[in-house]
Design a protein around this ligand. Sequence first.
Ligand code: SAH
Ligand code: SF4
Ligand code: F3S
Length: 489
Amino acid sequence: IFNLESWRKMSRIKTDIVTDIRLDSDKIIELKNNNEQFLIAKGRRKTYHILTYGCQMNEHDSEKISGMLTSIGYVETEDEKKADLVIFNTCLIRENAELKVFGKLGEVKGLKRKNPNLLVAVCGCMMQREEIREKVQKKFSFVDIIFGTNTIHELPMLIYNVEINKRKSVDIVDNTELIYEDMPKMRKFKHKALVNITYGCNNFCTYCVVPYVRGREKSRDPEDIIQEIKLLAEDGCKEVTLLGQNVNSYGNNLESEFTFAQLLYAVNEIEGIERIRFMTSHPKDLTEDLIKAIKECDKVCNHLHLPVQAGSNDVLKRMNRKYTKEHYLNLVEKLKEAVPDIAVTTDIIVGFPGETEEDFSETIEMVEKVEYDSAFTFLYSVREGTKAALMEDQVPDEVKHERFNRLLDVLYPIVLKKNQDCIGKVFPVLVETAEDDELTGRTEHFKLVHFKGSKDLIGEIVNVKVTDVKTFHMKGEIKKYGDTPLLKG
Ligand code: SAH
Ligand code: SF4
Ligand code: F3S
């Protein structure tokens, strides 16, 4: 149910509650009533389809969009051709993310021609950049609604504006100190949930657009986070992933001192939650306290995603990562000492401006030393507006590709070996999806496992013995289920 009163808008600097003049409950009720009329007249509810690009931030924003649309009487459809409203939640982290969106917008143009009543909305990180917004408005003039990452809560008003006032609507806020709490959310999974802990980023890694599109870093109040997770647990959720561009700097702008490590201890106490994950850790802010928290909190999964980006100090410096390879290796050593079975995964960029053969060989060395359980590897992509875009010595595409392939040649055998180490061992696995009698889930180390079982087990944690492995997944068989086993021995 749409409840305007529950949407608190909070200022980070002071904790005054600010009411938003643009949200008008009478208009939203009118829109909702219209949607009920539509149901009576057509015998079906209005439908929406969301295309989500990019990271878990965007995935979670899409859950909020779904929640809002549901609260005003829409239902989701898997088939975009049958939708009354198509929403693009966009990403521009690399050029190909952007190209995908433009390609798909071209396809939707045809749908709009066939069905003029179709509403098309574009939101997400791409819309936070003026020049891209203008390109969309010009090249895809059929788009009805544009909103940004700071104006998701305005969507019902934007729909109102199009449907009732017959006006195209754009609503963007560049940067904001405000955080919306208690927005309705429609979770994609019952047993696992994404929970924002910080928004934005202050790090300005020189290759990255995120600080320009998501604004400055803001932390949610711990009470709000804990309250949300308690409600999730009451609703049957077993696994939470705490989200932030740099979770390790959580709390920096809070009035009272509260660190990420403290937050982990607090979440660990919540009854019903069995697994805690978090994304992403920045090596420069990974504290001893956090390592201790990972070790001591039984629900915190023994998995750390710790993006290294590059192995050469020279490149790291020009990336503005603010750590050295020695610091990184030292962190990994301390982690493995504290939590011997921890799985470490990473992000790597190949072909950053000025990367020499020597620099690249240090990235390879890093992969060999750390022995990552898995890694996301990216070709450096020039992003307009970032410092690296202006750097000289851009690496030619063929060199980038050639290095990229060499990196995979080193990485994949290591990943496979790490998986082979699991053969014969039994792991608790949270069952996530089922296709016929083939179940899929993840171990606490974030490894994907396929095994046979009944789909009633979705959302349960079962013990699975690993029998066979590939680079990207493992196969296994259920050993025993019923009781929920402990995550850590
Ligand atoms: N805040 C997180 C994730 C940011 S985006 C972090 O700091 O780790 C996810 C990954 O995309 C980054 O870790 C980086 O490896 C990659 N990435 C970001 N900008 C990129 C660019 N311009 N070209 C290629 N890869 C990029
Ligand atoms: Fe981008 Fe760096 Fe911020 Fe991550 S920490 S979002 S890579 S600027
Ligand atoms: Fe993309 Fe925005 Fe995430 S640019 S990676 S969706 S924060």
